[in-house]
Design a protein around this ligand. Sequence first.
Ligand code: 4NP
Length: 172
Amino acid sequence: MSPHPTLPPPRTPGRYSVALVCLGNICRSPMADVVLTARVEEAGLAGRVAVVSSGTGDWHVGNPMDARAAATLTAAGYDPSLHRARHWSTAWLEEHDLVLAMDGSNLAGVGGAGERVRLFRDFDPVEPGGEVPDPYYGGDDGFEEVLTMVERTCTVIVGALQEELLQEPDES
Ligand code: 4NP
């Protein structure tokens, strides 16, 4: 596996909480949420890893995913139907072990990088440190591009979670 950043330690040993953040919470972070949740389940970590997402803007709160994002996920075998958009809260900085922003603007929107706050694509094995481009105002190709980078990045994040949680047996 490509080298990737180490995960900050969990606040509760044996558990891990990841928050994904974009602007509207109807395209990028919901797609990453659905893919990461599926990968976590496949890895047998569903009871130990929580995945949530939100947007720094509140325009779409309570709405389902953008139809194009949902169609892209469905075509790839994922279930987008449970998503409802949520608004970012600074309280999330204290509640989650790792906050991953989709682009630099989203990172600024949550207060900037820190030990527990990073760009999602810091874990991208192909182009680490890049941004997930906002597909909202573009065509369907943009959603395919987002899914491709989200899938490979989620694979690395789940590998890192497995490493972390194998070191910390579930104590509950
Ligand atoms: P997202 O995309 O941040 O990936 O969910 C957007 C969705 C909606 C808007 C902007 C970006 N908007 O301006 O409504």
